[in-house]
Design a protein around this ligand. Sequence first.
Ligand code: NDP
Length: 321
Amino acid sequence: MATTHKTRMLIIGSGPAGLTAAIYGARAGLQPIVVQGLQPGGQLTITTDVENYPGFRDAIQGPWLVQEMQAQAEHVGTRMIWDTITEVDLSGPPFRATGDSGDVYEADVLIISTGAQAKWLGVEGEQELSGKGVSACATCDGFFFRGKKVVVIGGGNTAVEEALYLTNHSTDVTLIHRRDSLRAERILQERLLAHPNITLLWNKAVERFAGEGVLQRIELVDTVTGERVEEPTDGAFVAIGHAPATELFKGKLELDENGYIVVEPGTPKTAIPGVFACGDVMDHTYRQAVTAAGTGCMAALDAERFLAEHDFAAKHAHAAQ
Ligand code: NDP
């Protein structure tokens, strides 16, 4: 039977942003509910070695890190619920969300941390060799290719920034793009073209990632001539964009041209008082577990302040009656 869950703080999404918001919310006595979503734990659950989350001398595993965050959130008083929100009503407070289960969640503040997903090419070998040479994040995994040959696929700002970043680790970086001009900003293009360790392969589409257990080569097709070529490589970074999980909020919250939730600059505040957004759903620039956790903390602190002001105003209105 469908149930209505009432809470002071509802958090939609269970990656580092949502779980950090939960830890802060729970420690402030708000007894938050986290609705976990389709991929509980978010992008960290599909990552292997993590070496850039502070506090751990040796590499840790992404799924382990997020499990620890969840255990910590529960330990301080968070309720985790395995459900997927299919509808939201932001006309509150109270704000209402309805789950796939039929359950309804009612809250005084809403924190949106539904995250984003890297777009993949969808070609043969890509998922099989993911974490074995194929990656969607140079900042996360570039270090593992120190002194090796790497390629980046894409022609936007992300692809160019990733190629430039990878030159910190590798002297043999190739950018592969399906057309003969880049979409990236001019200044980034200039830096890329001037870099002695970056080669460009124009008009090439990836057909297959191949290798015995680990990535060894990429099979490409020329988009103009149809000619097939192979490019040997140790690492491949797919950088063709990210898709924020904001379908639920279309028409209800302001989204930018790429679908990210618009927040007041430097804060997690949306245009609706009491509704906050944190992590990759509002950040297309940094996209790191640690920055997601940071904005999750900010969202919870701002939510607490909102509740305190709200409670104060309500008490005064009551006293004046
Ligand atoms: P973009 O959408 O800007 O670029 C995606 C690139 O991937 C395009 O070059 C596109 O090719 C290519 N691509 C898409 N699908 C495929 C496919 N199936 N096969 C091969 N290639 C494909 O995404 P970004 O992540 O680069 O940027 C997203 C937004 O974030 C942009 O607004 C960008 O400006 C911003 N951003 C800003 C940064 C900054 O200011 N420093 C840093 C990073 C991102 P094609 O060009 O042919 O369509």
